[in-house]
Write a protein that binds this ligand. Sequence first.
Ligand SMILES: [Zn+2]
Length: 207
Amino acid sequence: MKLLIVGPQAAGKGTQAKLISEKYDIPHISTGDMFRSAAEQGTEAGLKAKEEYWGQGKLVPDEVTNQLLYDRIQQDDCKNGFVLDGFPRNIPQAEYLDGITSIDKVISLELSDEEAIKRISGRRTCKGCSEIYNITSNPPKQENICDKCDNELYQRDDDKPDAVKLRLQTYHDQTEPILEHYKDKVVKVDASKSIEEVSEAVFKELN
Ligand SMILES: [Zn+2]
C-alpha cells in the first residue's frame, strides 16, 4: 500500500503515519528523516542536500528532494509500500512522484487554521533539555517548569502565531492543491479529534 499523508502543521501527520506504519508494516518516510539518513549514508544527493541546503537552513530544491525520494523508495523495505509524510509538498513534486510510482490513497488530515494556531501556540520548549510541552494538552506538573530537568520553558519563535500563520499560508498555497490533483484517491479525516479517534477513522478508510 502506497500512501501519502497530508495536512497542515499540528494535524498529527507524524503520529498517524507512525501508527499506519506499525499496523501495515510499511516504512514511515518523513522528508526530514529522509534528508538526515541520506546524509549519514553519504549518498551524492544526500550530501548535496545537507551541505548546500538544509544544513544551512535553506529550503532543499525540488530537484534534490525528488532524487532523494527516488533513492529512498527503491530500498528493500519499500517493496510492500510506504507512507510518505511531507512529500509531495507541491504540484511539481506530485507530478514527479506520479512518474516514478503509483499512489493508492492520500489521507488528508483536516484541521482548521484556528485549531492549528491554537495547538502550536500552546507549545512550550524546555531551555535545558528541549523537551516539548503543550499548555493545554500536555502541561508540565509545575507551571512553566520542565518535569525532567527543572529548567524554565519558553515559546520558540517558530511557534508564535505570526510564524504559524505564515506556514499555514504556504500550506494552503502550495501543498493543498495536491488534494485536488489526487482527488479520487483522497480520504478526508477530521484531525481535530483525539489521536485514537483519528487513527480509528484512518484505519477504517484503509481497510
Ligand atoms: Zn528540561
